[in-house]
Design a protein around this ligand. Structure first.
Ligand code: FAD
Ligand code: DHB
Length: 393
């Protein structure tokens, strides 16, 4: 089969790209190794930056998000058993974030793409990238995992295939540099059937460290807690999990966390990672394929969308104006934003987690950082600007 842009992956990066390209009349096909059900049911990120919310609406995909998403004009930070409201909206000229889960975004993107006549081939196997240093690159894959061999002949290949996909590996090792930081803690995340306990997200660093209270719907809540990244989930009984949540969210003003049955639980490791450059020949990598942030700043999904917005503009300039300049600068343009998101995610992560490898001095500095957000408007504004999404420069 032949298309202009062959996209590996039907996650946020790959699907937003397909929609953005369609808007400017460029054809694309997505191949995806997982089934549609799997893609639509995997629970991941939750927070959309203000401009991603606007983009969903511009693309005609925002109807359900506006109906079911939760608009937040601030977040709560908690330490020393006290809460502090960060007025995100007031500090950023009225910008807000929306809590609308990644798998709901993906359902909207997939349904929209298919109803536009776009092609997404789910359940493929054996994805192989060829000819990216020639004018005729191609992607080989097998339908239904191990079925007939098929090929997408295209002008450009996009690796929107997550951290473990083949996209990044197709850039010769000598042509890329990878920067990485592994954190000595992970997140245990749960979904619980319970009413909301608090009107906004709470990020807390208390006693044994970090916890986050977020939401999914009026009767399903999402909570995270810092844990050993190598721990087995079977070591965490529901009672132990709730005990830790009560300790970490505890205050002295009579507030209490609402418990409910735990519907799902799992542990993820935390890492920071950047691959430079994000392109080689006719291959461009985007999203988690190129960079990972620890989830504390809620940046992963948003950064994936930022990459493909830059890429769609560069491809538009190439096809419409025959200008190569933006395509050549794709990686440099993206990396400016990527490193700022890496910085913010690292700042939120180190400030809000208890790291046993750090000295007591460093732990005190993190509480001073939190207190600065409370007492300094400049510090609070910096956090707020990063949280809602920095402007594109
Ligand atoms: P992905 O979503 O990983 O999509 C890539 C797609 O490519 C996948 O569907 C994959 O199946 C497909 N693929 C891979 N290899 C192949 C192949 N060979 N052939 C065809 N298809 C292939 N971010 C937050 O901000 N907050 C969170 O709470 C949060 N929680 C997370 C929890 C987990 C377990 C994970 C893994 C990530 C989490 N993230 C979170 C990060 C966020 O979900 C990602 O940044 C976001 O999904 C990136 O989108 P993407 O499209 O770049 O990559
Ligand atoms: C959620 C995840 C995050 O990483 C975050 O910072 C805020 C909310 C969530 O899953 O709801």
């Amino acid at each position: 089969m032949r298309t202009q842009v062959g996209i590996i992956g039907a996650g946020p990066a790959g699907l937003f790209l397909a929609h953005l390209l369609r808007r400017v009349g460029i054809s694309a096909v997505n191949i995806e190794s997982r089934s549609r059900d799997d893609v639509e049911e995997t629970v991941r990120a939750g927070v959309l930056e203000h401009w991603v919310v606007e983009l969903m609406q511009e693309l005609g995909l925002g109807e359900r998000m506006l109906r079911e998403g939760h608009f937040h004009d601030g977040i709560t930070l908690q330490w020393n058993r006290e809460r502090h409201h960060v007025d995100i909206q007031g500090l950023t000229d009225g910008k807000r974030v929306v809590v609308y889960p990644q798998h709901e975004v993906l359902k909207d993107l997939i349904a929209g793409r298919l109803s536009d006549g776009g092609e997404i081939i789910f359940g493929v196997g054996g994805t192989t990238i060829r000819g990216i240093d020639t004018a005729r690159p191609a992607i080989d894959f097998r339908r239904d995992g191990t079925g007939a061999l098929d090929t997408i002949d295209c002008d450009y290949v996009v690796g929107a295939d997550g951290f473990h996909g083949p996209g990044r590996q197709a850039i010769p090792a000598k042509n890329r540099t990878e920067y990485q930081k592994i954190y000595p803690f992970g997140w245990l995340g749960i979904l619980t059937r319970a009413p909301r306990s608090w009107h906004e997200l709470i990020y807390t660093n208390q006693q044994d460290g970090f916890a986050l209270l977020s939401t999914r719907s009026p009767d399903v809540q999402r909570l995270y807690i810092q844990c050993d990244p190598g721990d087995d989930i079977s070591n965490w009984s529901d009672d132990r999990i709730w005990g830790q949540f009560h300790t970490r969210f505890g205050t002295d003003d009579g507030w209490s966390l609402t418990e409910g049955p735990i519907l799902q639980k799992g542990i993820i490791p935390l890492r920071s990672f950047v691959c430079e450059p994000m392109q080689y020949g006719r291959l461009f990598i985007a999203g988690d394929a190129a960079h990972i942030v620890p989830p504390t700043g809620a940046k992963g999904l948003n950064l994936a969308v930022a990459d493909v917005l830059v890429l769609s503009r560069a491809l538009d300039a190439k096809y419409r104006g025959n200008s190569q300049d933006l395509l050549d600068r794709y990686s440099a343009i993206c990396l400016r934003r990527v490193w700022k998101a890496e910085r913010f995610s690292w700042y939120m992560t180190t400030m809000l987690h208890r790291n046993e490898l750090e000295t007591d001095f460093e732990q005190r500095i993190h509480f001073a950082d939190l207190d600065l957000v409370r007492s300094s408007q400049a510090s609070a504004r910096s956090l707020a600007e990063n949280y809602v999404g920095l402007p594109f420069d």
